[in-house]
Design a protein around this ligand. Structure first.
Ligand code: BES
Ligand code: ZN
Ligand code: ZN
Length: 466
């Protein structure tokens, strides 16, 4: 699909018309007789009139994205080669609808895609610098979201830590980023026993990925941001093995790490005046004679000891060492965010479409929620408290890797990570539990079944607002 901006009407196979607020303005009788009501995800194609009417329940950004995605799917089911739409405002939401709604994951389908390339013409009142910028930025962000979707949807057989590292190298080359890939020797030398333990039973060696973006030319970085991602290319649960039906889709446990790669991929297109570090712990959690065990005590890079009570609470063990690495290597941080498909409890708490936002800084958490909503993602804060903190105590080590209560699992996981945030960074840290939206089994709005690219758009929106 090619998106083109134009300032005049183009004659195409079909014109897309969004029917907003259920107010039908043309061909009223015909649409009424066809029982068209203009609800979300409702559309009707009138080929003789070369019109595609799509319901758009409100005038808000997400209604537009959903309506445009509905139109794209309808057009993709035809052999049309072109379509036209007139846009008065909110251009970026239309671009999102086209680019994100057009995504399909066909890597493992044997039948080749023989559909014809489609040209979409978006008419705007004028194509000035601002319009062009809004258009190009939206396309770049959507491309990154779709790249993350591809990564996360790819099977663990085809996407393991070394492949994740290779993808990071490619992203760095394409975007002029600095890139460091650190292997297990580095982890041993730097006492990263927590991350090391998780990957021990895998035939794939763990990798620590570190990408750096610095603004180009004369642009001075105004802020320094660190993004840390959980990159579990597969989570079997380890010796605390997941039951079969809970293991399905655990290829998505790399969603946080992939989001970090996606953000770093988009950032140079946006040319923002921020220094951004992307750090990913790429690890596979497996079983075997060399697997780490419940009862082991691990020592993280900052010297803190962790009693393992459940090897399925592995993401926090990887993140613990990655957070220590980040704060040792990078000084004078303004923001440090981590992204992780960390807990099933978060999905239970806020539902599968919403990111859980945690940390010590309420104001910053609220800003993230607002950025998420502005970008088309959903987010809700989950507050820490002293009582839940006590449930992480261990009799023999500094802390346990799971809580002693079965309630509040998203928050206790977040509070576990807090042990690895240095005092000076406490207020700068945000933990995003993306376990729900990173991967949803069935399609929702303009998101396909499977990976959605959660975390990318909300973060880029936050960065743009700085
Ligand atoms: N990767 C899972 C969390 C998860 C669950 C992500 C469902 C996406 C969908 C994580 O490593 C995990 O297994 N967490 C455990 C923690 C428990 C052992 C304290 C969980 O949520 O059950
Ligand atoms: Zn797990
Ligand atoms: Zn996991």
């Amino acid at each position: 699909m090619n998106l083109n901006l134009t300032t005049k009407k183009i004659d195409t196979n079909v014109e897309i018309v969004l029917v907003k607020n259920k107010k039908i303005k043309e061909n009223k009788e015909m649409l009424k007789s066809l029982n068209f009501k203009g609800a979300d995800e409702e559309c009707i194609l009138l080929p003789e009139l070369k019109k595609l009417y799509v319901g758009c329940e409100n005038d808000d950004h997400d209604s537009i994205r959903i309506a445009v995605a509905t139109a794209v799917k309808k057009i993709n089911s035809t052999n049309f080669t072109s379509a036209y739409i007139k846009v008065k405002s909110n251009l970026s939401s239309y671009v999102d609808g086209f680019e994100l709604g057009n995504y399909t994951f066909t890597k493992y389908k044997s039948a080749k895609d023989e559909s014809v390339e489609k040209n979409i013409y978006i008419e705007v009142s004028k194509i000035d610098k601002n319009t062009q910028k809004e258009f190009e930025e939206s396309v770049a962000i959507c491309n990154s979201v779709n790249m993350v979707r591809d990564f996360v949807n790819t099977t663990p057989e085809d996407f393991y830590p070394t492949i994740m590292a290779q993808n990071a190298v490619n992203i760095a080359k394409e975007n002029n980023l600095e890139c460091k890939i650190l292997d297990e020797d580095y982890l041993v030398e730097n006492n990263m026993g927590s991350m090391l333990a998780v990957g021990r039973a895998s035939r794939h060696r763990s990798k620590l990925i570190h990408l750096t973006y610095k603004p180009s030319g004369k642009v001075k970085a105004k802020k320094k941001m660190v993004l840390v991602g959980k990159g579990l290319t597969y989570d079997s649960g380890g010796l605390s093995l997941k039951p079969g039906d809970y293991m399905v889709n655990m290829k998505s446990d790399k969603g946080g790490g992939c989001a970090v790669l996606g953000i770093l991929n988009a950032i140079s297109a946006l040319n923002l005046p921020i220094e951004v570090h992307g750090i990913v712990g790429a690890v596979e959690n497996m079983i075997g004679g060399d697997a780490y065990k419940p009862d082991d005590v691990l020592t993280a890079r900052n010297g803190k000891t962790i009693e393992v009570k459940n090897t399925d609470a592995e993401g926090r063990l990887v993140l613990a060492d990655c957070l220590c690495y980040a704060q040792d290597e990078i000084k004078d941080i303004d923001y440090i965010f981590d992204y992780a498909t960390l807990t099933g409890a978060c999905v239970v708490g806020v539902g599968q479409y919403t990111n859980g936002i945690m940390g010590n800084n309420t104001k910053l958490q609220n800003e993230i929620v607002q950025s998420a909503l502005n970008s088309g993602e959903l987010a809700a804060t989950l507050p820490f408290n002293r009582y839940l903190k006590k449930t992480l105590k261990s009799e023999i080590a500094d802390m346990s890797n799971i809580a002693s209560t079965r309630y509040g699992g998203a928050i206790t996981a977040g509070m576990f990570l807090d042990n690895f945030i240095e005092e000076e960074n406490k207020d700068k840290w945000i933990h995003l539990d993306i376990a729900g939206p990173a991967f949803v089994e069935s399609a929702w709005g303009y998101n396909p079944a499977g990976a959605s690219g959660a975390g990318v758009r909300l973060t880029l929106e936050f960065m743009k607002s700085l």
